[in-house]
Design a binder for this molecule. Structure first.
Ligand SMILES: [Zn+2]
Ligand SMILES: [Zn+2]
Length: 274
């Protein structure tokens, strides 16, 4: 597996020049199988726009695409109306929400609402691709080879779901968005157990977290603690706060690496081979 970050920003995209190293697009993670030229997608923040363009350039060619969602806050869906393959009638798109107790009964409605004419000029039905909406407790990402995919409900306003993808002996765990509270959530530590790569959100410093209780996010220190306690081999922190510019994140990254050497902050367009 190769992971490529198309969107690393939390909450809101930023386009200012001081935010380009780590990236301004909101959450979108591509999970690539380069050997067979396929991709599966986690979340459709604004980063999915560039991923769609790469796919149409032939970077990846496939006529069925799986997009799995952690949850449906704006920063995880706002790029969807600009995902070019969704306008191609030959393309089949599986919109997937795995995990029990999601509190949604109609997944299609989530996206039809986002694209109501009051908010967007093109309706979901007019896009053109063949959509399949899958709301399931637990199932492998459809047609994603023999990967075992597990989900874990995370503490976040309205709920969010971590994904654990096990394929050919490699374990990839993605946990965003998550608020641990005063203690690290033991369930998250177990969910991330022995991950080869743990992608964990880290929106705040410890000081910032203290004044953002209930907002649904973690600190850098908490992400590192999850990695240490779960035995994760590598940690990448993402969902950068829109107020954290490149210089700020570079300094934080150095501090984090002095505690957990095999860690980094997610950078847009950077690939990580597992
Ligand atoms: Zn978010
Ligand atoms: Zn959220």
């Amino acid at each position: 597996m190769t992971v490529k970050f198309y969107g690393t920003r939390g909450s809101l995209p930023v386009c200012d020049p001081d935010f380009q190293e780590y990236g301004g697009n909101t959450t979108c993670i591509a999970i690539l199988r380069k050997d067979v030229s396929r991709v599966a997608i986690i979340d459709a923040g604004t980063g999915i726009r560039n991923l769609g363009k790469d796919m149409l350039k032939g970077y990846i060619s496939q006529d069925d695409i799986n997009i799995a969602f952690t949850h449906f806050h704006w920063d995880h869906i706002q790029g969807f109306p600009f995902f070019d393959p969704a306008y191609n009638p030959k393309i089949k798109i599986n919109m997937i929400a795995l995990g029990d107790d999601r509190g949604i009964t109609d997944l299609r409605e989530v996206f039809a609402t986002q694209m109501q004419s009051r908010y967007f000029p093109v309706g979901l039905e007019e896009m053109g691709a063949q959509f399949n909406f899958l709301l399931q407790d637990k199932e492998s990402l459809i047609d994603y080879y023999d990967a075992d995919v597990y989900t874990h409900r995370l503490n976040h306003p309205g709920g969010s779901y971590g994904y654990r993808i096990e394929l050919e002996g490699q374990i990839l765990v993605i946990c965003t968005d998550v608020e641990h509270g005063d203690q690290i959530d033991e369930g998250v530590v177990e969910f991330a157990r022995d991950a080869d790569l743990l992608i964990h959100e880290a929106q705040y410093t410890t000081e910032e977290l203290a004044s953002h209780k209930g907002w649904g996010h973690s600190s850098f220190e908490q992400a590192i603690e999850v990695a240490e306690r779960s035995g994760a081999k590598q940690l990448i922190m993402t969902h950068h706060d829109p107020d954290h510019d490149d210089q700020f994140l570079r300094e934080i990254e150095k501090k984090c690496q002095s505690r957990f050497p095999n860690c980094s902050l997610a950078r847009e367009n950077v690939e990580i081979d597992m």
